[in-house]
Ligand binder design. Structure first.
Ligand code: PEP
Ligand code: MN
Ligand code: NA
Length: 596
């Protein structure tokens, strides 16, 4: 196949990689429906995919059971200087890493096809389109990139002869010996997810899983983009973007950061429980935010699809996600397969089908002790299919953000909602965000860890510099135009262990209060940790009065609990070292004073 570009740098890089990895053939991806058909047919024939009878143009996939999540302990920021990676990232000298990974890549695509995927993160019509090329030996990655990015000929047309692009190299690390049969999910026991920030380059080896292998997502749009954002004065964040319209017609756009598997997608697709309010979706995972000429902060979603956690997604919890999936054109990975050709996962419906094929490809019945689906099983589906996608989701100028929410999963201490005193205090809230770990990354589940701005696994440089960049972002702006910052916790529990707040569609009541505050007519109590509403300030109409007591518990700022939190924050800040901004140290001392 002749290459469909005259971009010298791209052509040279593709030949170099092919010479190193020795694939049987090189295919330039065009992103066409025909390509989708060819590759999905190929993956069905290989046993990687099962075509679903009950959802149009949709597929079930089960991964190797060892390759089911992002591997944070195998993820590296290979900056030239170790100090630039900071204390929260793994680091190795870029030259050493290249030597090691080059040996892994040598011959790694033997017996396979090497695909070249030109792509663009964010709108193709942007002033400066954010280009990338992923080279991969995984057809599963190609079809996933069809959904998650703008890719193929339309993207390649923007490369011209010499446009800058992020080089993304991916191999599953499973060369095929001549005559040897393939497995449904090739991967290697050894894995590396490596970012080279100065070169704007990504090398990934050994995994086929989403966040490790779809390199436009976490690796480019967060780790590499956060470095670009620092250098160029913008923000690349792990945030959903939603549009909230009040009954009086006012529109507010909200960006919200929660750690993986803490409800970003559900909030992005909220069906408000309160009459007259509507939510529309612009993104569920990543926001790129830049100041507009009017001094407001504008957000763009760089992605083209949702790569959502399946378990817990159902008609009760997220009907809009279910409607999105019902349209078809989706890939389901590590959920269960029904015997009539549909998918199922825990929480999909109230009671499970009588018989399933589990994500481990084993027979499964409701009596089985293991769940049918992996807790980090995923759907991959186009954003345009969501019935509440806002038409402006694809606007290259983005949407002006009125509020930023930070949130985590905490059983104690953190109230349902608090508004920061100002931008710097809001940065302190984000920098000290804490959450109990989930299945979205490998490792223990349910342990409280600090997850600053929900970016712990995604900050592409020193966390102390990242905090300073956030503080500076507020300084360089007209402060009256900055988004207000809120800290929420949907997951606080009572003494009996039950959740104090109903969550899901009821979260609209918290959004409404935030709008009241933005518009200047919401009331709040000043507490040591920020402005917190009483139950009277929240619109609780339609909720049982019995729940009001639990809600007031959820809103409580317990000074003793917060005093106990201080040494934990101190410990966390100590891990950041010398580069912790003085401003954050000052915020901690001010909090200590306020707690008395
Ligand atoms: C992923 O892990 O591939 C992913 C999309 O991220 P998250 O864990 O944030 O859902
Ligand atoms: Mn995420
Ligand atoms: Na994840």
């Amino acid at each position: 196949m002749t290459a469909p570009t005259t971009h010298r740098g791209l052509l040279e890089w593709v030949s170099e990689v092919a010479a190193l990895t020795t694939p049987d053939q090189v295919v330039w991806c065009d992103g066409s429906p025909l390509e989708w058909r060819r590759l999905t047919d190929k993956l069905v024939a290989a046993g990687t995919l099962v075509r679903l009878d009950k959802k149009p143009n949709s597929f079930w996939c089960a991964s190797d059971p060892t390759d089911v999540a992002r591997v944070e302990d195998r993820t590296y920021i290979c900056s030239a200087d170790e100090a630039d990676a900071g204390p929260t990232n793994n680091w190795m000298d870029p030259l050493d890493m290249k030597v090691i990974m080059t040996e892994h890549y040598r011959g790694s695509m033997a017996g396979r096809t090497m695909y070249v995927i030109p792509f663009c993160m964010g709108p193709l019509t942007a002033d400066k389109p954010m280009l990338g090329v992923e080279i991969t030996d995984s057809a599963y990655v190609v079809i996933s990139m069809h959904i998650m990015t703008r890719m193929g000929s339309d993207a390649l047309a923007l490369f011209g002869e010499d446009a800058d692009f992020v080089r993304c190299l991916h191999s599953v690390g499973a060369p095929l010996k001549p005559g040897r049969a393939d497995v449904p999910w090739p991967c290697d026991r050894t894995k590396y997810i490596t970012q080279f920030p100065e070169e704007r380059m990504i090398w990934s080896y050994g995994s086929g899983y989403g966040g490790n292998a779809l390199l436009g997502k976490k690796c480019y749009s967060l780790r590499i983009a956060s470095v670009l954002a620092r250098d160029e004065g913008w923000l690349a964040e792990h945030m959903l973007i939603l549009k909230l319209t009040a009954p009086h017609g006012a529109v507010h756009y909200i960006a919200a950061a929660f750690p993986s598997a803490c409800g970003k997608t559900n909030l992005a697709m909220l069906e408000p429980s309160i009459p007259g309010w509507t939510v529309e979706t612009l993104g569920d995972d990543i926001a790129w935010m830049r100041f507009g000429d009017d001094g407001r902060l504008y957000a763009v979603n760089p992605e083209n699809g949702f790569f959502g956690v399946a378990p817990g997604t159902g008609w009760n919890t997220n009907p809009n996600a279910m409607l999105t999936l019902a349209e078809g054109n989706s890939i389901f990975t590590n959920v269960a397969l029904t015997d009539d050709g549909d998918v199922w996962w825990e929480g999909c419906t109230d009671s499970p089908p009588d018989y399933l094929t589990s994500w481990r490809r084993e027979n499964w019945t409701p009596e089985s002790t293991d769940p049918s689906s992996h807790p980090n099983s995923r759907y991959c589906t186009p954003i345009t299919q969501c019935p509440i996608t806002a038409p402006e989701w694809d606007d290259p100028n983005g949407v002006p953000i009125s509020a930023i929410f930070f949130g985590g999963r905490r059983a104690t201490t953190v109230p349902l909602v608090a508004e920061s005193f100002d931008w710097q205090h809001g940065v302190f809230m984000g920098a000290t965000l804490s959450s109990e770990t989930t299945a979205a990354a490998t490792g223990e589940v349910g342990v409280v860890r600090r997850d600053p701005m929900a970016m712990l696994p995604f900050i592409g440089y020193h966390a102390g510099d990242y905090f300073q960049h956030w503080i500076d972002t507020g300084k360089h702006a007209d402060t009256t135009k900055l988004p207000k910052i809120f800290y929420v916790n949907w997951f606080r529990r009572g003494d009996d262990g039950s959740l104090l707040w109903p969550g899901f569609s009821e979260n609209a009541r918290i959004l409404k209060w935030a709008v009241d505050r933005i518009e200047g007519h919401g009331t709040a109590f000043q507490t040591p940790i920020g402005w917190v509403p009483g139950t009277k300030a929240l619109d609780l109409r339609g909720l049982e009065t019995a729940s009001h007591w639990a809600i007031s518990k959820a809103l409580t700022v317990d000074h003793d609990e917060w005093r106990a939190e201080l040494p934990l924050i101190e410990q966390w800040f100590a891990t950041i070292g010398d580069k912790l901004p003085t401003a954050l140290h000052d915020e901690l001392e001010a909090l200590r004073q306020r707690l008395g």
